[in-house]
Design a protein around this ligand. Structure first.
Ligand code: FO1
Length: 315
């Protein structure tokens, strides 16, 4: 069994590569739920949905979220009524949130609802939210915004979408983490995995929430030699999103060396991009084996080549 640790877009691309080189049912993806939010009474799980839509071949590659060819009738009407429309929910995407919310209200777990959606979309890969308990990424902003003065703590989607992640962050907290439990399926996957792959996701707000769930870091640390991470930072920049700025704002060098330093306690091997070849020695000085390869997944073929290489690091 191959287990992946996942945020959203970067992880979805990595998984799209992996399913081209190993049978999808042999892959279990453990996914961040710190980005989850409730809007209009609907439970939205952006990372689970981004991965599901990507593996189902229905993702919107331009936005990096939502469904390709989406229509916006409901959102446009909601905006006309004066409702909250800063977080855009497409007409087809809304069906996912209605389905999930209704099932959760009926007492189903997020793990079970996610499995139902994945089966319906025929994605093959087993998708697991890291926990069925509430876990929410909260960020303390260091400047005043429309949401409050400097020092205000906001939820992830307020930071990411409403404020376009265009504001400095002083602290990150994972609300609910202390009481959250990894699901039995997640615990089993981490114990039984032949290899664990950390997708090129944001180390702080995508992988961070997974590590904050009690028991996960210890389980990973005991599997350190079987864990390969792909750096989400290439030549000092995040390919997408605010990972580079967040690392710097929270005191870690925004480079492959900074990623190696963060991950070294529990990751055995770090794959870095060819653009960072000159930093391979510095990565190894952090105590992490370093592999240099093309890591930018700008086509399915390149994603598959990276997937092959990552799997080979574990052989
Ligand atoms: N991201 C945006 O930048 N703007 C949106 O309006 C937006 C809506 C949205 C709806 C459903 C969904 O699953 C994701 C959505 N995202 C949107 C993406 C998402 O907020 C972030 O990309 C992730 O949380 C970061 O991984």
């Amino acid at each position: 069994m191959l287990v992946t640790l996942c945020g959203g877009v970067g992880a979805a691309r990595m998984l799209a590569g992996l399913v081209r080189v190993v049978p999808p049912p042999s892959i279990t993806a453990i996914v961040n739920v710190g980005d989850d939010t409730v809007l209009h009474g609907l439970h939205i799980s952006p990372d689970l949905d981004t991965i599901t839509y990507t593996l189902a071949g229905m993702d919107n590659r331009e936005t990096g979220w939502g469904i390709v060819g989406e229509t916006w009738t409901v959102m446009d009407e909601l905006a006309y009524l004066g409702g909250e429309s800063w977080f855009r929910l497409g007409d087809r995407d809304l069906a996912t949130h209605l389905f999930r919310t209704e099932r959760l209200h009926a007492g189903d777990t997020l793990t079970h609802v996610t499995a139902s959606l994945a089966t319906r979309r025929q994605i093959g890969v087993q998708l697991l939210p890291v926990t069925d308990d509430p876990l929410r990424t909260m960020l303390t902003l260091t400047a005043a915004t429309e949401l409050g003065p400097a020092g205000t703590e906001v939820a992830f989607q307020d930071y990411f979408v409403r404020l376009h992640h265009d504001v400095a962050v002083g602290a990150v907290r994972f609300a609910g983490a202390d009481a959250a439990r990894p699901t039995p399926q997640v615990q089993h996957a981490l114990t039984e995995a032949d290899q664990i792959v950390v997708c090129p996701s944001n180390p702080i707000v995508s992988i961070g929430p997974l590590l904050a769930v009690p028991g996960i870091l210890a389980a990973l640390t005991s599997r350190r030699e079987d864990i390969t991470a792909v750096s989400p930072i290439v030549a000092g920049k995040a390919l997408k999103g605010p990972a580079d700025r967040l690392l710097e704002e929270l005191g870690t060098e925004p480079s492959v060396v900074g990623v190696a330093r963060l991950y070294a306690p529990w990751v055995g091997t770090l794959v870095i991009d060819e653009a960072d070849r000159d930093k391979a020695g510095a990565v190894e000085s952090e105590g992490v084996r370093c592999v240099v390869a093309p890591t930018v997944m700008d086509s399915p073929e390149r994603a598959a080549a990276l997937a092959r290489l990552v799997i080979d690091t574990g052989v």
